[in-house]
Write a protein that binds this ligand. Structure first.
Ligand code: HEC
Ligand code: HEC
Ligand code: HEC
Ligand code: HEC
Ligand code: HEC
Length: 215
């Protein structure tokens, strides 16, 4: 009986199967890359130096802007260079092993490589300065940073999370003076928020449009 498939056809079948297999793996990886965040919500992120907001902010009372200097004026909040650490640590705890990477970085000029905690995909536009100017507190999006021994992400940063507030920002607003205050509270957020919506001229008509965040 004649062969139905020539040996060559068998080879092609193998090649097709192998290609499909590779394509499936690539697709799964791409999907994971798109959907999986590098670190889960509430999971402390390991860092080259165990920097503690609990010590520096909670205990020592250093203001956010001392280290995140561009948060009021730019899209990016800013991550402090080692020179900022050295304003204190050229004298304080210089011989502590925990600080060794900071001292080494200062001496070599090689910047510390902090792991990102909060990170949006490239196709999302976000801007810190506008949120700060309109009275959205750091704590609202980042949680009680002043209690974190290592920093973690407090919210999903998903599109639904952004939209939840953009649909109805009022109860999430506070006076501008309280933006950096981690412990600020108010008895009647809806009432205060409604007043601040007017005072800060917040316009919700475009806040849920796709082009606001995808431009
Ligand atoms: C003494 C300097 C210093 C002060 C003060 C400080 N930070 Fe930070 N902050 C850092 C450093 C260093 C990192 C990077 C390491 C890390 O993620 O913990 C960081 C990281 C962060 C991150 C995570 C960044 C990311 O990768 O997503 C947030 C959010 C943050 N800080 C918020 C605050 C807030 C809010 C305040 C004030 C309540 C504050 N920080 C005060 C130094 C500081
Ligand atoms: C305004 C002064 C000041 C600045 C700026 C500062 N520190 Fe500190 N740091 C302190 C003090 C004070 C302590 C002791 C903390 C405590 O026990 O309350 C400390 C302690 C530490 C420790 C020891 C572990 C701990 O948390 O107690 C590390 C590590 C550290 N700092 C890293 C850094 C890094 C990294 C930076 C720069 C991003 C930085 N510090 C900036 C004042 C400062
Ligand atoms: C409306 C929510 C929101 C508020 C309010 C907010 N942040 Fe953020 N923050 C984010 C998001 C989202 C990211 C990730 C941005 C990205 O990947 O482009 C981020 C990232 C950061 C980072 C990492 C560096 C950067 O800019 O990407 C730091 C540091 C930070 N925030 C500090 C602060 C401080 C300090 C405040 C208060 C003055 C603050 N944030 C207020 C949502 C917020
Ligand atoms: C807790 C409330 C809150 C959260 C959460 C929030 N925003 Fe906002 N956002 C605001 C407010 C309030 C404004 C100011 C609106 C105005 O000025 O009319 C604003 C403004 C903006 C603007 C500027 C809009 C313009 O008119 O140019 C962008 C972009 C933006 N947000 C992106 C985001 C993204 C992306 C996220 C999620 C990662 C996010 N926001 C999460 C409250 C929030
Ligand atoms: C307030 C900001 C904001 C607005 C408005 C917004 N998006 Fe998004 N969008 C995001 C964020 C943040 C992400 C990233 C979510 C993540 O990483 O999980 C995202 C992700 C996406 C994705 C990627 C798939 C996914 O779910 O991760 C698509 C597609 C998308 N948005 C479409 C839209 C469309 C269409 C509109 C208008 C109807 C819109 N977005 C309006 C913030 C916004």
């Amino acid at each position: 009986m004649a062969q139905i498939f020539s040996p060559r056809a068998g080879l092609y079948a193998w090649l097709v199967l192998a290609t499909l297999g590779v394509a499936a793996i690539v697709a799964v990886l791409a999907w994971r890359g798109l959907t999986a965040a590098p670190f889960a919500v509430d999971e402390p992120v390991p860092q080259p130096v165990p920097f503690s907001h609990r010590h520096h902010v909670g205990d020592d009372g250093i203001d956010c802007r001392y280290c995140h200097a561009s948060v009021e004026t730019e899209a990016f909040a800013g991550i402090p260079p080692v020179s900022t650490c050295m304003t204190c640590h050229s004298q304080l705890f210089t011989d502590q092993p925990l600080l060794a990477p900071v001292v080494a970085s200062w001496e070599s000029g090689e910047p510390l490589r902090w792991q990102r905690v909060n990170m949006l995909p490239d196709f999302v536009f976000f801007n810190h300065s506008i949120h700060v100017a309109k009275g959205v507190g750091c704590v609202t999006c980042h949680g009680r940073v002043d209690r974190m021994p290592l920093t973690w992400r407090a919210h999903s940063l998903s599109m639904a999370w952004c939209l939840d507030c953009h649909r109805n920002p009022a109860p999430n607003l506070r006076p501008r003076e309280a933006v950096f205050d981690m412990a600020w509270t108010n008895e009647d957020p809806q009432r205060l928020g409604t007043r601040l919506m007017h005072e800060y001229r917040i316009d919700t008509s475009t806040l849920t449009e796709c082009s606001t965040c995808h431009r």
